[in-house]
Design a protein. Structure first.
Lengths: 254, 236
C-alpha cells in the first residue's frame, strides 16, 4: 500500500494542478477574510462583530469553503483524469485490485485536504492578526473556541478530499464532475441556504455541515453542532466512497 | 526458463446490443511471436482487455500461466502491456510517467533510464507528452511495458504511427524477446506490418476465431498471404 500511495503522490506532484488550485483557494480565502474584516464596522453587516468570540470563529471558518471546494476539485480531477487521459489502463494493470488504487487516492487526497485547509487557515491568521490588532481587537488564536474552529476546518478539508475522490470515481466524467462541484458549492448551496424556511433541512447539506463542524453560529440561521456536522460529513463520505468503489470495480476500462 | 502460456477459453462479451467477442478460444505459446489479426472492429482490443482484467467478460476465462490477470502475484513483472499509445497525461513528461509506474510497482529508478534508452526516447524524456508525435507515444507505451522486464508481452497495434525505421526496430524487439523464450502476443489490423516477424497467427473475424495456426501454411491454396487473410476474415 505504501508504494501505491507513493505512486499516487508522484502523479499529483508531476503536474502543476495542485499548485494552481491551492493558490486559488488561498486567494479566495484572502478575499473573503479581507471583505469580512473591512466591513466589520459597517452598520448593515448582519454578522456578529469581530470583537466577539462568535465573530472570530466565523472569520476562521471562512477558510473552509475555499479549501474544501478546491481540494474536492483537485481530488475529482485526480480520479476522473485517469479515465479522461486513459491512464486508468496503466494504473489498473499495475494494480488489478482497483479498490486498492482508490484507497491510495483517498489517502493522498485526504492529506491534500489537510494541507489546503492548513494553508487557507494560515491566510486568515496572517491577514487577521495584524489587521484586527490595528482595529484594537485582540484576535486571540488560543481562545474564544478558535482552536476548535481550526480543527473543524482541517477536518472539513480531509472530508472534502475524500468526497472528491469518491465523486470522481462515481461519475468518472471529468468536466461534469468539476463543473458540478463548482456550481453546487458556489451557486446552488448559497441559494438554498439563503432561504430561512428551508433551514431545518439545508443544514444537513455538505457545506453547512462543514460550517457546523467549525462551530459557526449565526442569529439568522441555524447550524448543526460540531459533532453533528462531523457525523453528517462522515456519513456522506462513507456512502459516496462505497458507491465509488463499487462503480470502479464493476466498470469496464475500455 | 519454462515459459508462460496464455489460454483463452470461451471468451464472450457484448456491449449493449453489440456482440464484440463470441465464444473465443485460442492458446498463445511461449518462445514464438503470435500475431493477433483481424479487421477493425473484429474484437481484438476487447479480447486483450479481457485477458488483462480491464474488461469483465460475460462468459469464459483467460489465463496467464494458469491464473487470471488479477490473481498474478506480480502482474507488471509477469506481463508488459502496451494497449493505447494515447493513454498519457498530456502535461506529464515521459520520464515522470515512467517514474510513477516504477514507484507503484517497486521497480528501481534506474529502470526508467534503461527503458528510455531501449526505446530511443532518452532525448525527449523531460518534455511533456503533449509535444510527442504518435510514434514517440507508441515508444513510450512500449517503454512502460518493458519496465518490469516481463515474461509476457501483450501489444495492441504497436506499429501504429511508427516510421518504417521504428517498425523494423519493433520487429527486432519482438523477435529477440520471443527467442529468449518469452511469450509475445501482438495485434494488428495490417498483416504486412508484422508478417515478417510472426510465427503463429490467431485471426479474428466479427468476434469469432477465424483461424489459428502457423503463418507458414496460411497462404496454401491462395494466391498470396493477403488473399488468404481476406478470405478468412470476409463475410463472417
Amino acid at each position: 500500500m505504501g508504494r501505491l500511495v507513493a505512486g499516487e503522490l508522484t502523479k499529483v506532484a508531476t503536474t502543476r494542478l495542485w499548485l494552481w488550485l491551492l493558490l486559488a483557494a488561498m486567494a479566495l480565502t484572502a478575499l473573503y477574510a479581507g471583505l469580512n474584516i473591512a466591513f466589520a464596522d459597517d452598520p448593515q453587516n448582519f454578522a456578529p462583530h469581530l470583537s466577539t468570540a462568535q465573530g472570530q470563529r466565523l472569520l476562521v471558518a471562512i477558510a473552509a469553503t475555499p479549501a474544501t471546494t478546491f481540494v474536492a476539485v483537485l481530488a475529482a480531477v485526480g480520479v476522473t483524469g485517469e479515465y479522461r487521459h486513459g491512464t486508468a489502463t496503466t494504473t489498473f494493470l499495475a494494480t488489478p485490485h482497483r479498490s486498492r488504487v482508490l484507497g491510495a487516492k483517498l489517502a493522498v487526497y485526504s492529506g491534500a485536504g489537510l494541507a489546503y485547509a492548513a494553508a487557507c487557515l494560515a491566510v486568515v491568521v496572517v491577514l487577521g492578526v495584524p489587521w484586527l490588532s490595528s482595529m484594537g481587537i485582540d484576535f486571540a488564536l488560543g481562545s474564544n473556541g478558535l482552536p476548535q474552529a481550526m480543527v473543524g476546518v482541517l477536518a472539513a478539508g480531509v472530508a472534502f478530499g475524500l468526497l472528491g475522490v469518491a465523486l470522481g470515481a462515481l461519475l468518472r466524467e471529468q468536466v461534469a464532475t468539476v463543473v458540478g462541484l463548482l456550481v453546487y458549492r458556489f451557486v446552488a448551496e448559497p441559494i438554498v441556504t439563503s432561504i430561512p424556511a428551508l433551514d431545518e433541512w439545508t443544514r444537513y447539506l455538505p457545506g453547512p455541515a462543514a460550517s457546523g463542524l467549525t462551530g459557526s453560529t449565526l442569529e439568522i440561521r441555524s447550524f448543526l453542532e460540531p459533532w453533528q456536522g462531523g457525523l453528517v460529513l462522515a456519513g456522506y463520505v462513507v456512502v459516496l466512497v462505497v458507491a465509488g468503489v463499487r462503480a470502479t470495480r464493476r466498470r469496464d476500462v475500455t | 526458463m519454462t515459459g508462460v502460456r496464455i489460454i483463452v477459453d470461451g471468451l464472450t462479451k457484448s456491449f449493449g446490443s453489440v456482440r464484440a467477442v463470441q465464444g473465443l478460444s485460442f492458446t498463445v505459446e511461449p518462445g514464438v511471436v503470435t500475431g493477433f489479426l483481424g479487421p477493425n472492429g473484429a474484437g481484438k482490443t476487447t479480447t486483450l482487455r479481457m485477458l488483462l482484467g480491464l474488461v469483465h467478460p460475460d462468459a469464459g476465462t483467460a489465463t496467464i500461466d494458469g491464473r487470471s490477470y488479477s490473481e498474478l502475484a506480480r502482474p507488471a513483472r509477469t506481463v508488459g502491456a502496451a494497449l493505447d499509445a494515447n493513454a498519457f497525461h498530456p502535461a506529464r513528461s515521459g520520464r515522470d510517467h515512467l517514474r510513477a509506474y516504477c514507484v507503484v510497482n517497486g521497480f528501481t529508478r534506474a529502470r526508467v533510464d534503461e527503458v528510455l534508452d531501449q526505446v530511443g526516447l532518452a532525448g525527449a524524456a523531460s518534455r511533456a507528452v503533449k509535444g510527442y508525435s504518435l510514434g514517440m507515444r507508441q515508444r513510450l507505451a512500449l517503454a512502460t511495458a518493458l519496465l518490469g522486464d516481463p515474461e509476457v508481452f501483450v501489444l495492441d497495434e504497436p506499429a501504429n504511427g511508427l516510421d518504417p525505421e521504428g517498425i523494423v526496430w519493433m520487429r527486432n524487439l519482438l523477435r529477440e524477446t520471443a527467442d529468449r523464450g518469452r511469450t509475445v502476443l501482438v495485434s494488428s489490423h495490417l498483416l504486412w506490418e508484422i508478417q515478417q516477424v510472426v510465427d503463429q497467427v490467431v485471426i479474428l473475424s466479427n468476434g469469432r476465431l477465424a483461424h489459428q495456426g502457423a503463418l507458414a501454411g496460411l497462404a496454401d491454396g491462395y494466391d498470396s498471404l493477403e488473399q488468404a487473410f481476406f478470405a478468412l476474415t470476409r463475410g463472417r
